[in-house]
Each structure stands twice: as structure tokens, then as C-alpha cells.
Design a protein around this ligand. Structure first.
Ligand SMILES: [Cu+2]
Length: 149
């Protein structure tokens, strides 16, 4: 009986209903070039959605920092081709300004955090969105899907 109760408690706490109305999520980037989540669901009733990003890697920012870029999946190829650390600063995610960038953070180093704020009114429920790290060589692995619910 206790086991059943424990199971039900865990089930209820982890069900999507208990998170209804949450307009933020915690996301980490680690030493293995991995995000802690490969999918982020955004409640379309949110006006703003915040990805609370933390770099938990031990690799120095200039050798392998992390960030979060939000874009349409269809713009991913064009945007990654614009990444150039010799021209653009880490503060700008090694990217030029572009209206294809829906949200972005600077490249951050170990134990640094950044709140990536997404204007949900810019998102379309029928479009495919992705979030990815614009440190050169990272986005092949550090890429996830952003899903509107
Ligand atoms: Cu990275």
C-alpha cells in the first residue's frame, strides 16, 4: 500500500498537469557538450517563456563555453553558417545581429547563468523551432526541439 501511495505521489508530481502555467524551465550545458534536456515544451498561454540556462561545464569560456540560441529549425543552417568567432564577440554568441534570431544568450563560462527570454507571441504553433549552442562545433550535439503546446 505504501509503495502504491509513493508511486501515485510521484506520478501526480511528475504529471504535466502539475506544471500547467509554468512559463520557465531550467536548462544546463555540461562538459560533454550536452544540454540537460533535448526537448522544451512551451505553454502557448505564456506571454514570455524563460529558459534559465546554467553552464555546468568546467571548460573555460574561450575553449568551450555554451549558450542558447532560439530559431526556426528552417533557419538553423543559415544561422550556423554565420557563426564567426574572429568577427563576432562571445557576448553576441559569435553571431551577427539577425531577425532570424528569436532569442539568444551570450556565450557563458563555468557556473555562469543567463535567463533567455522568449517572446511567445513571435512563435507559431505550426512552425518547428530549435534551441542550440553557437560555440563552434557544439551545435551538432547541443541542439534540442522547442515545442509549442
Ligand atoms: Cu556549447
Amino acid at each position: 500500500m505504501l509503495k502504491l501511495f509513493t508511486f501515485l505521489t510521484i506520478f501526480i508530481l511528475s504529471s504535466p498537469f502539475s506544471h500547467a502555467g509554468s512559463c520557465s524551465i531550467n536548462l544546463e550545458g555540461n562538459t560533454m557538450m550536452q544540454y540537460s534536456s533535448n526537448t522544451i515544451e512551451i505553454d502557448s498561454s505564456c506571454s514570455e517563456f524563460v529558459i534559465k540556462f546554467k553552464n555546468i561545464s568546467t571548460v573555460a569560456k574561450e575553449y568551450g563555453g555554451h549558450n542558447v540560441i532560439v530559431s526556426k529549425d528552417s533557419d538553423f543552417g543559415a544561422l550556423t553558417s554565420l557563426v564567426d568567432p574572429t568577427v563576432h564577440s562571445a557576448e553576441n554568441g559569435y553571431l551577427p545581429n539577425s531577425n532570424k534570431l528569436i532569442a539568444k544568450s551570450p556565450i557563458i563560462g563555468p557556473n555562469e547563468t543567463y535567463d533567455v527570454k522568449i517572446d511567445v507571441s513571435k512563435l507559431n504553433i505550426s512552425e518547428k523551432y530549435v534551441y542550440w549552442c553557437s560555440f563552434t562545433g557544439h551545435w551538432g550535439v547541443m541542439k534540442g526541439n522547442l515545442v509549442m503546446k
